[in-house]
Design a protein around this ligand. Structure first.
Ligand code: SF4
Ligand code: SF4
Length: 258
């Protein structure tokens, strides 16, 4: 996604990188954790629900509102607390209470990462920009950062790896179909991306694994490991929704599962 060029907060990131320091001693500590419009990716939800010991459905019921996101796909937005400041529900006295599993957007700030391409296995291009908000004092001091150093420091590699697998789905419009079929596809998308417990049941109880050629070791990993299952979910959605060659049918199997 590219930032709105009319929004003055978004600034070009020069070749020299940026100077920044955020720590509990800054006067604005926690100012950036309120009144947020923070859309959660499937990997954000996976990390947070695991951290909180919740099922995906319970996490979304408690902490998110589902809205129509990019290209019409349903996506959860983090629900702010019902207080005057509309703080993030995870903001505590001493800062972020889910710090090690905070969403990718929180890690990326005060940068933004725009991506494009990546459909059907094509190359993915990334570009970075600065998000300069008047309340943020972090720019006043600190070391100089490159985007590479910031990515590493904030533990963003894992987020980029998984989110970049999601991009070839949400960067496309749902395939043309009747309103009922589109509704079904949206439900399928939401289950596979945001409700891994239900998706695991679906995989176990449908004809999917009998039709798709998957090594036994991968099936076992998907049964036990949410991240492996999520990666499969992205492949399956691309295969079933767009006909991408992300999966292969077993010998002699005809129609594609939908
Ligand atoms: S507003 Fe900026 S400096 Fe202040 S806590 Fe947030 S990121 Fe850190
Ligand atoms: S998850 Fe943590 S870092 Fe992100 S907005 Fe909430 S309190 Fe702030």
């Amino acid at each position: 996604m590219l930032p709105d060029p009319k929004d003055g907060r978004f600034q070009e990131l020069g070749a020299g990188g940026f100077r920044f320091s955020c720590h509990p001693g800054v006067a604005c500590f926690g100012e950036c954790c309120r009144k947020l419009n923070l859309v959660l990716t499937p990997y954000d939800v996976l990390r947070l629900k695991t951290r909180l010991g919740l099922g995906a459905e319970e996490f979304i019921d408690r902490h998110a509102e589902v809205e129509t996101g990019q290209n019409g796909w349903p996506m959860p937005r983090l629900q702010m607390a019902d207080n005057a400041e509309r703080t993030c529900p995870f903001l505590g006295q001493n800062g972020c209470t889910v710090y090690e599993d905070r969403p990718g957007a929180c890690r990326t700030y005060p940068l933004g990462r725009a991506t494009r391409g990546g459909q059907a296995g094509g190359p993915l291009e990334e570009s970075w920009f600065l998000v300069r908000e008047p309340h943020c004092r972090g720019f006043e001091d600190g070391p100089d950062w490159t985007t590479e150093a910031w990515t590493k420091d904030q533990g963003l590699e894992a987020y980029h790896t998984v989110n970049d697998l999601f991009l070839p789905i949400i960067s496309r419009q749902p395939p043309a179909a009747s309103p009922e079929q589109i509704h079904k596809k949206m439900q399928m998308f939401f289950m596979a991306c945001y409700n891994l417990e239900r998706f695991r049941e679906f995989v176990a109880n449908s004809s999917l694994t009998r039709m798709v050629d998957l090594p036994q070791a991968r099936l076992e990993a998907m049964a036990q490991n949410d991240l492996q299952l999520l990666k499969f979910a992205f492949e399956w959605l691309r295969f079933a929704l767009f006909g991408d060659q992300t999966l292969r049918l077993k010998e002699g199997v005809g129609p594609r599962p939908a």
